[in-house]
Design a protein around this ligand. Structure first.
Ligand code: ATP
Ligand code: MG
Length: 574
C-alpha cells in the first residue's frame, strides 16, 4: 500500500480536550476524528488497527468453538421489558431510546443479552443442541455521563460481546474457562501487559466475574493486588484484613456533648482529643432505590474508613444508591447535615453498619440533634443494633485477604470482562430448553465483553514516547514502512519499491511511503504514527545503503539494502 493513496492527516498540535496520551496521540496522528462528544470517525490507519485487533479476537474465540453472528443494533422495547431492564436503562439515561414512525419505542443496543437470549431461545429446543456460544463485533451505544479520553469512554464504541448457553452450572464453568483462556491469548498476542482481577458481579453474586485490566496510570479503575498470593481485585470488590479498632474497654455511661459546628471526622478529632477516628462512627445517609420502592438508609462506618457504594448496593440488594440530599437528611433525621447518628434515629430509617464496628464499645457518634454528639455510644444499648455488613473500601497497605501481606494499588483500564450470569436472563425471559427428562429448563448463561476500540487505545497508554505512538507489532497499522526521502529521485524510487515488493513477498504487512514531503517532516510523521520497523531510502540509495529504525527505543542504524529483508524479519520477531 502506498501512503500517498491513504488519507493521512497528522496535526501539528494536540487537541484541546485530550487529557491522556492515547487520546492526544491518536487525535494528533489523525487516527481518530471527533464527530460528537464520545463519537469518533476511525481514519484509515486506525481502522487497520481495529481490524487487526478484531481479527485476533475472532481467531482466538473461533478456536474455542464460539460462533460469530451479527445482531441488530436497533432493538424493540418489548425485548427489554421482557428482561425487566427497560425502565432502569431508560431512567439511568445510559440507553439511547427512540420512537419509530408508528410511535413504537426502540433503542440502540447498549448491550445484547436480550437479543441474543431471544435468538438462541428460538433456535435451541433440546439439551442436545447445547452448549452454544455466539459472539459479535459491533458498535454499541451508551449515553455515558462523561464521555472522555477519546476511544476509552465513547458513546458509540466497538465491542466484542459473547454469550454462552449451557444446560447446567458445570457447563457454564467450562464455557467461562474457555473464554478466560481465549482472553489471555488475545491480550498476550496484542502485546499489552494485563492483569485479571476479581470484579463485582452485582446483585447476581457468586464468584463469577473477572475483569481484564491493562495497567496504566490513566486507568479509570483502581486495583488492589498482592504479589505474594496473586490476589488481585477491582477496588469495587476488593477485601482486606484490617487490624481491629483500638479497644474501647468496658461500656461507660452515655454522654451527650454540645458540639456546635463540629461536623466532620477531622473536626471531631480536634474537639474530642483522645478519641481516635477508629472509635468514631460516622453515619452517612443514602437514598436507596429498589425495583418497587425508595428509602433513606443510614450507614455507619468507622471514622477512618470509607464506604464502598458497590458493596452497599449489593448488601441492600438495591438497584442504585446515592448520597441523600440535605433535604432528605433533614427529613429523615430531623437534624442538619453532620449530626446524623444511630442514637435517636427514627425507627423507619434502616440502620446498617460496617463489620469493623462490630463489638467496638464507647463510640463517638452523632445523635440526630443539630449541634450535639454522643460519647460512649454502645450499639444495642443506646440505639438499635445495626445490621452488620462488609461495606468498607479496602485500601493499599491493608492486609491481603489471603496472605495478610500489605496490598498494593495500581490503576487499570478495563479492556475485557467475563461474567457468569446464571439464569438471570433466561428465567426472566422464559428462555428454556428441554432437558434429558423432557422438562423445560432455563439456559445457564455467561456473557463476555471486550473493548475492541478501547483496547488499541489502552495499548498506546503502555506504548508511547515523547515522539509519538509505538505500536505493538500485532496491531500496528503496518508492521513496516519503506520510506523514500525524495520520491523525485529515480534511484530512491527504484530501491524503495524493490525493498517494498520483496518484503511484501515475504508476507510482511508493509507500506511504501512515497509522499512528497521534506525528509525532516517525514521522519517526524512516521515517528508519531509509530510503525514498528521503518526503512529510509535516501541519499545513499545509489550505494545500496539505507537507514533502519526500530521505533521502540528509536534504535537507528545504517544497513545495506541487501540486509534489509533479514533485519526487518528479525525486528518483527519472525
Ligand atoms: P466501564 O466500567 O468501563 O464503564 P462496563 O463494565 O460498563 O465498562 P461492559 O458492559 O463490561 O463495560 O463492556 C465490555 C467492555 O466494553 C468493557 O470491558 C470495555 O472494555 C468496553 N467498554 C465499555 N464501555 C465502553 C465505552 N463507553 N467506550 C469504550 N469501550 C467501552
Ligand atoms: Mg465491565
Amino acid at each position: 500500500m502506498r501512503l500517498s493513496q491513504i488519507l493521512i492527516s497528522t496535526l501539528r498540535d494536540d487537541p484541546a480536550d485530550a487529557e491522556i496520551p492515547s487520546h492526544r496521540l491518536l487525535a494528533r496522528a489523525g487516527f481518530i476524528v471527533k464527530t460528537a462528544a464520545g463519537v469518533y470517525t476511525y481514519a484509515p490507519l486506525m481502522w487497520r488497527v481495529v481490524k487487526k485487533f478484531a481479527q485476533i479476537v475472532r481467531e482466538e474465540l473461533d478456536r474455542e468453538g464460539a460462533n460469530e453472528v451479527m445482531l441488530p443494533i436497533i432493538q424493540p422495547k418489548e425485548l427489554w421489558v421482557s428482561s425487566g431492564r427497560w425502565d432502569r436503562y431508560v431512567t439511568d439515561g445510559i440507553m439511547f431510546s427512540l420512537k419509530d414512525r408508528k410511535g413504537s419505542d426502540m433503542c440502540l443496543g447498549p448491550t445484547h443479552e436480550e437479543v441474543m437470549t431471544a435468538y438462541v431461545d428460538a433456535q435451541v429446543n433440546s439439551y442436545k443442541q447445547l452448549p452454544v456460544n455466539c459472539y459479535q463485533i459491533q458498535d454499541k451505544f451508551r449515553d455515558e455521563i462523561r464521555p472522555r479520553f477519546g476511544l476509552m469512554r465513547g458513546r458509540e464504541f466497538i465491542m466484542m460481546d459473547a454469550y454462552s448457553f449451557d444446560a447446567d452450572q458445570a457447563g457454564l464453568d467450562e464455557a467461562y474457562q474457555k473464554m478466560r483462556r481465549a482472553y489471555c491469548r488475545i491480550f498476550e498476542r496484542c502485546g499489552v501487559e494485563y492483569t485479571v482481577v476479581q470484579a463485582d458481579s452485582g446483585a447476581i453474586g457468586g464468584a463469577g466475574s473477572e475483569e481484564f485490566m491493562v495497567i496504566a496510570d490513566s486507568g479509570e479503575d483502581a486495583i488492589l493486588f498482592c504479589r505474594e498470593s496473586g490476589y488481585a481485585a477491582n477496588v469495587e470488590k476488593a477485601q482486606s484484613q484490617l487490624p481491629a479498632a483500638p479497644g474501647g474497654g468496658e461500656a461507660k455511661a452515655l454522654e451527650k456533648h454540645s458540639t456546635p459546628d463540629v461536623k466532620t471526622v477531622a473536626q471531631l478529632e480536634a474537639f474530642f482529643p483522645g478519641q481516635v477516628a477508629g472509635r468514631m462512627a460516622k453515619t452517612v445517609l443514602y437514598h436507596v432505590t429498589w425495583k418497587n420502592k425508595e428509602k433513606v438508609v443510614a450507614v455507619m462506618m468507622r471514622g477512618d474508613l470509607e464506604i464502598n457504594e458497590v458493596k452497599l448496593t449489593n448488601a441492600l440488594d438495591a438497584l442504585t444508591v446515592r448520597l441523600a440530599t440535605e433535604d432528605e437528611i433533614k427529613a429523615a433525621t430531623g437534624a442538619e447535615v453532620g449530626f446524623a447518628g444511630p442514637v435517636g434515629l427514627p425507627d423507619e430509617v434502616p440502620l446498617l453498619a460496617d463489620e469493623s464496628l462490630q463489638g467496638v464499645t464507647n463510640l463517638l457518634t452523632g445523635c440526630n440533634e443539630t449541634g450535639f454528639h454522643c460519647l460512649n455510644v454502645n450499639l444495642g444499648r443506646d440505639c438499635r443494633m445495626p445490621s452488620f455488613k462488609e461495606l468498607r473500601t479496602a485500601r493499599a497497605g491493608e492486609g491481603c485477604p489471603i496472605s495478610g501481606k500489605p496490598l498494593e494499588q495500581a490503576r487499570g483500564i478495563e479492556v475485557g470482562h467475563i461474567f457468569k450470569l446464571g439464569t438471570k436472563y433466561s428465567k426472566a425471559m422464559g428462555a428454556t430448553f428441554m432437558d434429558q427428562g423432557g422438562k423445560p429448563t432455563p439456559f445457564v448463561m455467561g456473557c463476555y465483553g471486550i473493548g475492541v476500540s478501547r483496547t488499541p487505545a489502552a495499548a498506546i497508554e503502555q506504548h508511547f514516547d515523547d515522539k509519538g505512538m509505538v505500536w505493538p507489532v500485532a496491531i500496528a497499522p503496518f508492521e513496516c514502512v519503506v520510506a523514500m526521502l525524495d520520491p523525485k529521485r529515480d534511484e530512491q524510487q527504484q530501491l524503495a519499491t524493490q525493498l517494498y515488493d520483496q518484503l511484501r513477498a515475504d508476507g510482511v504487512d508493509v507500506c511504501l511511503d512515497d509522499r512528497a514531503m521534506s525528509p525532516g517532516a517525514k521522519f517526524k510523521d512516521l515517528e508519531l504514527i509509530g510503525v514498528p520497523v521503518q526503512v529510509f531510502v535516501g541519499r545513499k540509495a545509489g550505494e545500496g545503503q539505507v537507514e533502519f529504525l526500530v521505533r521502540k527505543g528509536m534504535q537507528k542504524s545504517e544497513c545495506a539494502a541487501t540486509d534489509v529483508r533479514a533485519n526487518v524479519l528479525a525486528a518483527l520477531g519472525r
